[in-house]
Design a binder for this molecule. Structure first.
Ligand SMILES: [Zn+2]
Length: 77
């Protein structure tokens, strides 16, 4: 779950909440004064899911994609 920052204008208190995305439109209450707090958008989505695929295999030019050895049946060096 991503962490969202909220700011309470009543007591000038900034706090963070772990919230599911389905809870985003729900108002958050300040833990100090329990009034409504506003979400801060500046540091949004630092924990959001990644749309990137798996990273490229790490290895030298002599390794194949399925093993880390320099010689195997699929390397064909
Ligand atoms: Zn407050």
């Amino acid at each position: 779950m991503p962490i969202y920052e909220y700011f309470c204008p009543d007591c000038n208190f900034k706090f963070e909440l772990l919230r599911h995305q389905t809870q985003l439109n729900e108002s958050a209450s300040c833990p100090r004064c329990h009034n409504g707090a506003e979400r801060i958008f500046s540091s949004f989505a630092s924990f959001s899911k990644s749309d990137e695929g798996p990273s490229a295999p790490i290895g030298g030019s002599s390794s194949c994609s399925s093993c880390s050895a320099t010689s195997c049946d699929t390397c064909q060096i």
